[in-house]
Unconditional design. Sequence first.
Length: 316
Amino acid sequence: MNKLKTMCLTMALCTGAAAYAQKGGNIQEGSVRAPLNVKIDGKLNEWNDDFQAVNKTTLLTYSITNDDNYLYLVLKTADQTASRKITAGGISFTINTANKKKEQDAFKLVYPMIDGNAMRGAFQRPGGQGGQGGPPAGAVVVVGGMAGGGMGGGRPFQMDSATLASMHKATIDAAKEIKLFGFKDIADSVISVYNEYNIKAAIGYDAKGALTYEMAVPLKSLGLSTDSPKEFAYNIKVNGIQMRMGPDGGHGFGGGGMGGDGPRGGGEMRVDVVRVDGGGGSFGGGQGGPPPGAFAAMQSMFSPTDFWGKYTLAKK
């Protein structure tokens, strides 16, 4: 009897450890009921910082959950490059109810869709000779989805806490649109977060500056039900910034990632020069220059990262 109890206890401990390991895995495994009284406000209070997976490709900590009415995507990232990519180009959340890891014939939502042109003025700085380092005068700097002008040569620009708080608030205030693809009763279009379809989304920042994100999609709009749950495939993509040549030969930046997630994600931010090679018009100008790793960081801003997973709706 004692031996049997020991075996049962060992099995229970092992099972618990395995469940914990799965929860902290690279891709979520298993179905999860959402907490009661979910409020989509970007603050994540009801989720208690309890996420199902930490994805190494996208640098996102995330959970997919559901109740009887909604499918939820909840995530956060403390990585600044990932955070900037999200606010510049949005996250594409693709749901293939045929359980195929393909975007074709799938539902897709892109959020946030931030208009960089509307926000650029608040963070634009004139160029100069010396002072703080940065891109050349007339260039546009993508910082957490914001845009600012060049700042002369010298030391790298350091953002103080008040400016950072102001930037976060402006980003949240501007994140008011969602782009939809593949919904039968909704034309492919950009809609407000205040919409008649009950699709909800919000972003925020926690006390440590990590970007937080919530999305709720009605199950009925996906043709899903907890009465007869079935497995489906999903994709989460942190979109890169698109660079397009403008009519005058200049470069235009737009969010939404590669492959047609739309031209508006990053507000079609314009730049005159983007160089980090130390030549004329390079970062910093004069005696200044890009900080270590600047080129790699810029490259990553243009590179979408994504992963596929599978999920089955959790019953009550």
